[in-house]
Design a protein. Structure first.
Length: 513
């Protein structure tokens, strides 16, 4: 007796009729099967194994598989009118893009109600998938170098997915569009890059890939021209991603293809915000208006306040601390130092936690700098130059770490602000010269970060000679988190990053205990 396996096909009797079934599983003398040609029966059925007759697969040639892939023969003809039987071939056939092209042309010419196509697509998606090497057809070739332009395996994947959309959603069969898409790809291979025609989704993929990599400025002149042509076309269509890419290509020093052009950047971002909410774009507009980058340096504070407010409402940290700057100085809004102080200290707590968890490219440096200035000037507190100095050192250290990890536009300017703040306040502290011993009336300045963020700290006191105490602190854990407790310890020491070159900016540390 034949030993059935999963997916085998068998024939048996059901209600006096011959039916075909597919094996789901066999347990002992019972077989659990899926009915293949029983009307209104969609659940697993049970039969004695002895009542099942094994039906061997239909053997087909590679030529027959190719003809089926191209839509030139039906599934019934491929299976020799044994529609419910499995198919077997000595060697698999590799389906190609040209096969999909031929199939799309064939189905478009049939003008039927789609039954032939649906049977074809189902067979290729399921039982013939491996026999026609479907998965390999959309894989990158071994020596493939991605330049963002349509390649044969990508076009195959797109065409197959679009055929799948017709199958899945029973849309009007647009086989002609798929055939034309493939034909255009073939035609493009004979044309120079700048004369090729691309679909909108292909242009966007091309533009976004080089923007993501950030090396379009290093490419050939022809590639750069093609990139600009595609981007400009997408911008005329008001594609949000394209408007954003062009805006930031013109921001700051430019991206090597577009030069600095704040007017264009502003216009693209304003157009983008008409289409969709984008707090990050609003934040950038806030900076453009705050620094008067389109008005020869004359600030437009009212507009800056509007867009920073949108950015802040969307959770953009930079917008939040720029709003604090505006409240502190009365720029575009009534002067309100207390509101400015609350914003900065809320941000300080949030960004310090993020920094201690490894978010080194965040805004902690910018916020610590502002917190130091608030303490120095006694905004909503008593002036404390030593505490302000400590905060400036945190800003310096955080900025150094950020610059080590990434290159952000404006960081050199922030560094100058920090060093100017340190130089201004240092003479009024006890640390104008580097010291080897730091005196504190309380251990709180050293462990405030750990205490403030709910770390459980165990302190051991040891009496030494000369009426001195040795304090040992051990972080036991965090009440609200399973994360390893980490916090910033700041020990003041004089240093100037602008002249010191590489190395730690001060003797503060980032410790995981």
């Amino acid at each position: 007796m034949y030993k059935f396996k999963t997916m085998d096909v068998a024939k048996t009797k059901y209600q006096k009729n011959d039916i075909y079934v597919q094996i789901e599983s066999v347990k002992g003398n019972k077989a659990y099967v899926w009915p293949l040609n029983v009307p209104d029966q969609f659940e697993i059925m049970e039969f004695p194994v002895s009542k099942l007759e094994y039906m061997p697969p239909v053997k087909v040639t590679r030529k027959q598989l190719k003809d089926f892939c191209r839509g030139e023969i039906t599934l019934e003809k491929l299976k020799k009118d044994s529609l419910y039987l499995n198919v077997e071939a000595d060697k698999p056939y590799q389906i190609t893009l040209d096969d999909l092209y031929a199939a799309a042309k064939k189905f478009e010419s049939l003008k039927d109600e789609g039954d032939t196509f649906f049977t074809w697509f189902t067979a290729l998606s399921d039982e013939l998938w491996d026999l026609v090497s479907m998965e390999k057809a959309s894989q990158e070739p071994a020596k493939y170098v991605d330049d963002g332009l349509p390649a044969e395996h990508k076009v195959f994947e797109n065409a197959w997915n679009e055929l799948g959309d017709i199958y899945s959603y029973d849309t009007d069969a647009e086989f002609k569009n798929i055939a034309d898409y493939i034909q255009t790809f073939y035609d493009n291979q004979k044309k120079s890059l700048l004369k090729r025609k691309f679909r909108e989704d292909e242009e966007l993929a091309f533009v976004m890939m080089w923007d993501r990599i950030g090396t379009i400025s290093d490419q050939s002149k022809v590639m750069k021209k093609a990139w600009v042509k595609a981007l400009e076309h997408l911008c005329t269509l008001k594609i949000p991603e394209a408007l954003e890419i062009k805006a930031y290509a013109c921001y700051g020093p430019g991206n090597g293809v577009y030069k600095q052009d704040y007017d264009t950047c502003r216009d693209c971002l304003l157009e983008l915000l008409k289409i969709q909410a984008d707090p990050s774009a609003a934040n950038t507009l806030g900076y453009i208006y705050y620094y008067g980058r389109c008005t020869q340096g004359k600030p437009e504070y009212a507009k800056a306040f509007k867009y920073f407010s949108i950015g802040a409402a969307g959770g953009v940290i930079e917008s939040r601390y720029k709003l604090a700057d505006m409240f502190l100085n009365g720029y575009g809004v009534g002067k309100d130092p207390d509101t400015a102080s609350r914003i900065i200290w809320d941000l300080y707590d949030e960004s310090l936690q993020s920094f201690c968890k490894g978010l080194y490219v965040g805004a902690f440096a910018d916020i610590a700098l502002r917190a130091g200035s608030l303490v120095k000037d006694g905004v909503d507190c008593f002036p404390d130059y030593t505490e302000a100095y400590s905060l400036y050192l945190q800003a310096r250290y955080a900025l150094q770490v950020r610059m080590d990890h990434d290159d952000f536009f404006g960081d050199p300017i922030v560094l100058n602000h920090i060093e100017d703040a340190v130089a201004e306040i240092l003479p009024d502290t006890d640390f104008e010269k580097p010291v080897s011993t730091v005196h504190y009336d309380s251990p709180y300045p050293l462990i405030q970060s750990g205490l403030h963020h709910d770390n459980l700290i165990e302190m051991t006191i040891k009496h030494l000679k000369g009426n001195k105490l040795q304090l040992t602190f051990k972080v036991k854990g965090n009440r609200n988190s399973e994360d390893v407790p980490e916090f910033l310890i700041t020990v003041p020491e004089s240093w100037d990053m602008r002249t010191a070159g590489q190395g730690n900016s001060c003797r503060e540390g980032y410790y995981g205990v």
